[in-house]
Design a protein around this ligand. Structure first.
Ligand SMILES: [Fe+2]
Ligand SMILES: [Fe+2]
Length: 355
């Protein structure tokens, strides 16, 4: 572990009490404004909480990074838009998180950067950057709680699902989709892996389509819970190593309506999320389930998740088969013309290819 202070450059110090309290256990903090020079003593980590689109030379900040290019650092962003991200990267940012990321998450991400490399290289450790691994763990825990609650008590706390949203959006925004896919494919539990894949694909899609922060969160929330009904499907069917017979398939198909029922009973989920859970297996030609909806009866948010869901199912890792290469999976999606929204499949292809 490095010695020295955690330097926090911020232009809103009065709003950062929580962050300081979360960072103090790591090391003493020095709070500086944008114009301040670099502190004289050793620095172990840097947190930047500045509006990077405001003209400012940021000499102190640049000096710190130039003196120690490996300095652990996190940039808290006023916007995750292209201009802001480009300004941050120009300054040497590697990890950019939205400014409203919970203080505890920022501290955890900083700790992960400060951890000795050997920790990440331990046998059995999953691939990917510490941030991506940590985000996948966090989101995986949310899914585990969700499925346990749906299976055992039926009491689901809608607010807990929100804990998984920003880690996923942050990991995708910073680490990109490929790192996310590589990391979550290491999950042995097929349902966790699938939900994390769909959530990562949804986050990528939402960021690329320029969704507002609220809409990004809603899409990732819907992705995380879309298969909650699988909690009530017998494991022998859920984890069967091979194709399901017609009777098993009929049982499996009940997960969409079951999931909808579970979330309606739980309360706290909005209409769009409920629609995704019930209708993510509906197809535009009316051949899907459970309600045989067609065309305009299927909402846009449902169509978006359906594209992510079909793709995720193809590229998942299973003990009995290798993940399908991306290009092959895209060919299958294009072959589902008439069933999937053609324009969305094209946009999805660009999104996946560009990430
Ligand atoms: Fe499903
Ligand atoms: Fe699914």
């Amino acid at each position: 572990m490095r010695a020295g202070t955690v330097v926090l450059y911020t232009d809103q110090p009065t709003r950062r009490g929580d962050l300081l309290r979360a960072l103090e256990p790591i090391a003493p903090c020095a709070v500086l404004d944008a114009a301040a020079s670099a502190p004289a003593g050793p620095c172990c980590a840097l947190v930047v909480d500045l509006d990077l689109l405001q003209p400012s030379p940021l000499v102190g900040l640049r000096t710190l990074i130039a003196a120690d290019p490996a300095l652990p650092r996190i940039f808290l962003m006023r916007s995750m838009g292209a201009r802001s991200l480009s300004a941050a990267r120009g300054l040497g940012a590697r990890l950019c998180l939205p400014e409203d990321t919970p203080a505890g998450t920022v501290a955890e991400a900083l700790r992960a950067q400060l951890a000795p490399v050997s920790d990440a290289a331990k046998p059995g450790a999953r691939s990917g950057s510490p941030l991506v691994v940590q985000a996948a763990d966090k989101a995986g825990a949310v899914i585990a709680n969700l499925l346990d609650a749906a299976r055992d008590s039926g009491r689901i706390d809608a607010a807990l699902v929100n804990d998984g949203l920003e880690p996923i959006l942050g990991a995708i925004g910073q680490g990109g989709l490929t790192a996310w896919l590589d990391t979550v494919r290491a999950y042995d539990d097929a349902t966790y892996q699938h939900c994390l894949l769909v959530a990562g694909l949804a986050a990528t899609f939402a960021i690329d389509l320029g969704f507002s922060a609220e809409d990004r969160q809603q899409l990732v929330r819907a992705a995380l819970v879309h298969d909650v009904g699988k909690a009530r499907i017998p494991l022998a069917i859920l984890n069967k190593a091979g194709p399901l017979d017609p009777a098993e398939r009929a049982v499996m198909r009940t997960h969409a309506a079951l999931g909808h029922q579970i979330l309606v009973q739980a309360g706290g989920f909005d209409d769009a999320v409920l629609k995704v859970v019930r209708h993510h297996h509906e197809l535009l030609d009316g051949s899907g389930y459970p309600d045989g909806l067609a065309g305009g009866a299927i909402d846009d948010i449902v169509r978006l998740i359906t594209v992510c869901d079909v793709y995720a199912a193809l590229v998942e890792r299973r003990p009995y088969r290798a993940p399908m290469p991306a290009a092959e999976a895209m060919t299958i999606l294009h072959g589902m013309d008439g069933k999937l929204d053609r324009a969305l499949v094209r946009a999805f292809e660009r999104s996946v290819a560009g990430s």
